[in-house]
Design a protein around this ligand. Structure first.
Ligand SMILES: [Zn+2]
Length: 229
């Protein structure tokens, strides 16, 4: 445990791309070298033991409530993505990035560069997710509509993330339009940097060419936030 950093870009509100688009985006990430296929991992001689166990065979993993990770297909099809309803958190781990000649998706490079690693994640949900962080001046969503109705869906597991309805069943309001609901989203791309924290005083952002790939597939306004947890 300890302090870790995650860089997120997400689209506020209801925006949620199709499964087909996510599948094509994942293939583009592989083509551009932002995620590594099992073949690439073999060519680069990445020992499977360096990867999280769930991803050691396929190069990708999917998060299940628990929190538990299971192997996922490296190049997910639209059918597979749709079968993961109602929420998908898909992750591709990349280890020893500089040693293998890969690029790091966040600029500038973190302070700690030895064994630089990251996990590229896609969050894709039917319901709203919040951004949970210890950043003090961020809005904290109360989980309630302005009319008082609770919008959190029942959790299947105590460690599962909280999901919220996109529409209040009583008055029809969309909680993402509330001042406190600014961080609610259904689609996010996140870079989990683990202990590779950004250097103090820097403002990390997505690598420009990764941003280009993202913007090619998703015409939406992305918000970026850095999460220390
Ligand atoms: Zn309401």
């Amino acid at each position: 445990m300890g302090v870790e950093y995650k860089h997120m870009t997400f689209v506020r509100g209801r925006y949620r791309p199709s499964a087909e688009r996510i599948a094509r985006f994942a293939r583009a990430l592989a083509d551009e070298g932002w995620i590594a296929s099992p073949k690439t991992l073999r060519e680069k001689k990445v020992p499977p033991s360096r990867l999280p166990k769930a991803a050691s065979r396929t190069g990708a993993m999917v998060h299940l409530p628990g929190p538990k990770w299971e192997p996922a297909p490296f190049a997910p099809t639209a059918e597979w993505l749709r079968s993961q309803k109602p929420h998908l958190k898909l992750s591709w781990p990349m280890v020893d990035v500089l040693e293998h000649g890969w690029r790091f998706p966040i600029e500038p490079l973190p302070y700690l560069r030895k064994g630089l690693s990251y996990e590229l994640e896609i969050h894709w949900s039917r319901h709203y997710l919040d951004v949970v962080s210890n950043v003090e001046d961020w809005p904290v969503f109360s989980g309630r509509c302005v009319c008082g109705t609770a919008l959190a869906l029942p959790r299947k597991h105590i460690l599962a993330p909280s999901f919220y309805r996109t529409t209040c069943p009583r008055c029809g309001e969309d909680p993402a339009t509330f001042e406190s609901g600014q961080l609610l989203h259904r689609f996010a791309i996140a870079i989990d940097c683990g202990k590779n924290l950004p250097e103090e005083g820097t403002l990390p952002s997505f690598d420009a060419s990764l941003r280009g790939v993202r913007n090619h597939f998703f015409s939406a306004k992305f918000t970026q936030v850095g999460i220390i947890c």
